[in-house]
Design a protein around this ligand. Sequence first.
Ligand code: FES
Length: 567
Amino acid sequence: MTEDNKTKKLTSYGDKGFSQFIRQAFNRHLGYAPEDFTKPVIGICNTKSEINRCHSHIEPLITAIKNGVLMAGGIPLEFPTISLGEINTSPTTMLYRNLAAMDTEEMIRAQPIDGVVLIGGCDKVTPSQLMGAASANIPSILITGGPMNNGEYEGRTLGACSDCRFFWQEYRGEKVNDQEINEINKALAPTAGHCMVMGSASTMAVCAEAMGMMLPGGAAIPATHNRRLEHAVQTGKQIVELVEKNITPSQIITRKSLENAIRMLMAVGGSTNAVIHLTAIAGRLNIELPLDLFDELSRTTPFIANLRPAGKFQMEDFFKAGGAPVVLKELESLLYTEELTVTGKSLRENLKDVRCSDTYREIITRFEKPLHQEGGIAVLKGNLAPNGAVIKPKAASKELLKHKGRAVVFTSLKDLEERIDDPELDISPDDIMVLQNAGPIGGPGMPEAGMLPIPQKLLKQGVRDMIRISDARMSGTAFGTVILHAAPEAAAGGPIGLVKTGDIIELNVEERVLQLHVTDKELKKRRMEWKPPSYFERGYTSLYQKHVLQADKGCDFDFLVSNPDKR
Ligand code: FES
């Protein structure tokens, strides 16, 4: 530890000498002599959990990180923080992202470490670690556990969890039988690692690379590949160098590097969740990323990575094609390349020797020959979402991108669950399904419920997509003509909460319009009749509902958005 840190991070007893004395006595049990602690002390923020299957395999990676730290002359000390696994966390991991970010920040801040390696992977862990590290602002590097290998069923490549959703829908539509769905279930998530399509986990990993917080190439290496162990050793070595040079997240995460991350998000057709997470990470450093900026960068970034759910390939293929560095190389002319990264060098220097092989051009195309001229996410505005809503047009049905239809409203997730498969439900394929009260406050936690199930009676008629609008999120692995994050949300008094079945809604993605065709007078009347929801009265959820910001502001807590120097 530096002399400064020794003083700053001493446990308080009102006697500095005693604090140092007792620390020395107790640290002997760690196997180190007092003089060893003059070396850089590197915390390794361990999110292993047997409940979070996406992180169940990270122990060998932690050993490799520790070896790297030792090789570079540091002392590695592992400590636990919250682990959030998408599938086993109720009601939704997003409710706990901020808790995980606080845990990360406070443990980095409280413990006598000089630098930290954050090991994440599953959707919410990576952004929470970046948020925490940005606020704690000591030298930090992110690494993930890596994506799963491809699954396979009868010669067809399977991807978790785009195919979880696709085949479940086919099963509900009676196109897949009980035996088949059971066999598919066995093949969906075949190895260690996080979801292997360009869902939220992979999106946040490539964005972390683009913003400079992960060593180049790290995002795409499969969890099972020996290159991941090599990457972990390099990460361990590199954090010691960052401590020696005192390179902190606030020097790396800047408005410009965040714009690079947004370009990456748009070029790979990444998850809509990244819009919320990048905004929250930026907020920790007092940087504003307005939704309009996402739209502007989407309109000017070519879509060049052919990855599911908006394309054809998966992370294993992306790795073979060179992964994030190749995307960045193709985008180079659009990027701020002088930005500093965790290599200690600029993005330009990192990209100097990156070559794009022609063998894999179907996976990552040339800048001049993109899959689409524009990026993967559009921001919509209108009286239904005055502060914005988002859609992934490339994962939607083309013919629905300009549409006027009748609203069919579900007032909550419970209401949706109870009525969606009611044979008496008055609904047709041209209608627009609206889910209310599933936003940050209303969810609570903004669950991934935005890809509302198509009513079974329509599935049986062959309908596979409809326009769906909500104040919820959807998984980055999901697809369809789904409009998300409507802000303000229903529970905050937003107009989405005033929609009634039978109202006419207009969607025009090209024009970025989301309009409710109800007169201002009528909306005013409905607003007078609107009643706010009841809040939780105790515990973390109560704190969450009182302090969470709306989706367009990143869903962080209002008291956490600020400059890291402010205490
Ligand atoms: Fe962990 Fe998909 S469930 S990344």
